[in-house]
Design a binder for this molecule. Structure first.
Ligand code: R5P
Length: 286
């Protein structure tokens, strides 16, 4: 049986359909003072999978997740699998400055405390987050799903990471599509001037796919688009796993010259055209 939290209802339904499982009815609402109410209305068997993304608003979505998990635990369900397509608070998996909260570790503790017995995430911002859990935790990759989509709409593109950190994602897609791969290198010319250029490939008159895990403010991608246009790219498709798309990020990306922007449904957005339902269903079947 699958329960979809309010942030991931459609995805949960798609996962359930792919697995031939039923969906557990769940009532979720907000009291006038902003507090969350949840009620699990189904007949629960001995195993359940909860699907809940913890993107914007992260605190609310997390609270709802904890309430669902704790309620299942109080119903004596021992096998509670938790699918968190987008793991909020994933940027702070360690303390960078003294006194900082290690937010990802707190979330991991709370999921376990609430009864989660196995966790499935997708392209975590930091792979090491899996090690913060004492229960089995898996980091699935949505890159093959993005590659499948891109294969149908691009002709021998260059797969471009906007920075070195995103290169493993770009490589994964390039290996599947058997095409060229490169990344944009930032070079500091002076304290005020940063130059960005492709590491080694010429993109003149080439179709380019920019690949990143997260697009948040869009700043990283806008910078990459500008450089690629300056270097003569003929078409630029932007792709990401998690379309966080804060404020006017989408508008900024198109204004910078993107021809297309695609993301997955780990988060609900206007560009969530690639589904991770198959990926999650396969992982849950194993
Ligand atoms: C950085 O480590 C990530 O891979 C993304 O590049 C980053 O989160 C994008 O953020 P923004 O869209 O705000 O530039």
């Amino acid at each position: 049986m699958i329960i979809g939290g309010s942030a991931s209802q459609k995805l949960a339904a798609q996962i359930a359909r792919k697995m031939g499982e039923s969906l557990c009815p769940l009532e979720t609402r907000k009291f006038p003072d902003g507090e969350r109410y949840i009620r699990i209305k189904g007949e629960i068997e001995d195993r359940i999978t909860v699907v809940q993304s913890t993107g914007y608003p992260p605190d609310e979505n997390l609270m709802e997740l904890f309430l669902i998990l704790k309620t299942l635990q109080s119903m004596n369900i021992k096998d509670i699998r938790v699918v968190i397509p987008y793991f909020g608070y994933g940027r702070q998996e360690r303390s960078f400055n003294q006194g900082e909260a290690v937010s990802a570790a707190v979330i991991a503790d709370l999921i376990e405390f609430s009864g989660g017995s196995e966790v499935f995430c997708i392209n975590l911002h930091e792979e090491g987050i899996c090690n913060l859990f004492n229960v089995p935790a898996h980091n699935l990759s949505a890159m093959p799903a993005l590659a499948e989509y891109l294969a149908n709409c691009m002709d021998n593109p260059v797969i471009m990471a906007p920075d070195l950190g995103a290169l493993p994602f770009a490589r994964e897609i390039a290996d599947i599509l058997r095409c060229d791969c490169d990344y944009l290198e930032k070079k500091r010319i002076s304290p005020e001037v940063v130059e960005t250029k492709t590491k080694s490939l010429d993109v003149m008159n080439r179709e380019v796919v920019i690949v990143d895990d997260i697009i948040s403010t869009g700043g990283t991608i806008v910078n990459a688009i500008k450089m690629l246009k300056k270097n003569g790219a003929s078409r630029i498709v932007v792709s990401c796993v998690h379309p966080v798309l804060v404020d006017d990020a989408l508008l900024k990306i198109f204004a910078a010259g993107a021809d297309e922007l695609i993301g997955t449904d780990t988060l609900k957005s206007e560009v969530s055209v690639v589904s991770v339902a198959g990926l999650v269903a396969d992982a849950l079947k194993d």
